[in-house]
Design a protein around this ligand. Structure first.
Ligand code: 3EB
Length: 308
């Protein structure tokens, strides 16, 4: 089957170079039908009749005028505006899932943590493009890379996904102001019909209950709390689907680990909670709150006929 998209975690400076090293870890979305490859502005994409996968990588640049925006805020808003415009023009208006990667996510400049600058730019673009900023928002993650441009990957389509929240957590779009002047714009999960599959995307999930960070300094407790959150999301998704389609054991996990020395401790908790055969890849990344040591995202697809 042709590739609909491939995701690289360290985008090359020369965006045209799509060759992937033999030992690279890639995420591939496959399509059963013909694909068109395209480029528009800074976005590269592939699409079939129902689904589009795109990637944008933008170097952080200063705003042209003296508007009170940091380069990261400004660049985030530019990137999201490009994404929304392309999706409108090509007719894939519904975003299923977004992956956000930026350098130095916990760094401070312009009087604000960089993740909070990102949240400002993201929400401004959603509002400018008349998108909902509460309720019906895409699943996402936001992680810190060691360097490089702001890199955003996205999967979008022609049918609206169902946004799912976690009853153990305050919705991120309702986080109080103490976490930044603008709330993060994402849902805890999305349930999507993709061709003959129903796909569940669980957003980046961390050791947060209510809106509070739990178990600072204890990576194993953070991992347990994160898995409790994922279980709660799975329960909410199964309720929406009308039957128990999704469980910890049938998900594919991507685990972002702040300190690579924690890898063995995290694996051990996952093995105990999910079972020895769990399917995961592990990546070193910074998480968006300084005290968070781990963030886990997950996805699974099941035949769509099983969803009423
Ligand atoms: C959290 O629950 C942890 O800003 O897009 C997870 C998933 C997190 C997505 C985002 C942030 C984002 O708040 C951080």
């Amino acid at each position: 089957m042709p590739l609909i998209g491939e995701m690289k975690f360290a985008p090359p400076d020369h965006a045209d170079n799509w060759s992937v090293p033999a030992d690279a870890v890639c995420e591939a979305w496959l399509s059963g039908s013909a694909l068109e490859k395209g480029q528009s502005g800074d976005i590269r994409y592939r699409r079939d009749g129902n689904t589009l996968f795109g990637v944008i990588a933008l170097a952080e640049s200063d705003p042209l005028s003296a508007v009170a925006a940091s380069p990261l805020q400004h660049t985030t808003e530019r990137a999201y505006r490009q994404i929304f415009e392309l999706l409108e023009v090509l007719g894939y208006p519904f975003i299923f899932r977004l992956w956000n990667y930026m350098a130095d996510i916990n760094g401070h400049s312009h009087g604000l943590e960089r993740y909070r600058q990102f949240n400002l730019g993201r929400q401004d673009a959603f509002i400018a493009c008349r998108r909902d900023v509460v309720g019906n928002v895409p699943a996402a993650c936001a992680l810190g890379a060691t360097g490089g441009p702001l890199s955003i990957a996205f999967l979008a389509g022609k049918k609206p996904p169902l946004a799912i929240e976690n009853p153990r957590q305050v919705s991120a779009y309702d986080y109080p102001q103490s976490y930044g002047p603008r709330s993060p714009t994402f849902s805890r999960a999305s349930l999507v019909r993709m061709d003959s599959d129903a796909v569940l995307f669980i957003s980046g999930t961390a050791s947060i209950v209510g809106h509070c960070t739990m178990h600072p300094g204890d990576v194993q407790e953070q991992t347990r709390e994160t898995l409790r959150n994922i279980e709660a999301i799975l329960q909410a998704a199964n309720l929406q689907a009308g039957r128990p389609l999704f469980s910890l054991s049938n998900m594919s996990y991507r685990v972002y680990v702040r300190h690579s020395a924690d890898l063995a401790a995290i694996r051990e908790v996952m093995r105990m909670r999910i079972g020895a055969g769990f399917n995961a890849i592990f990546l070193q990344a910074d998480v968006c709150r300084q005290e968070l040591l781990i963030e886990i995202e997950a996805s699974a697809s099941v035949p769509a006929q099983s969803v009423p």
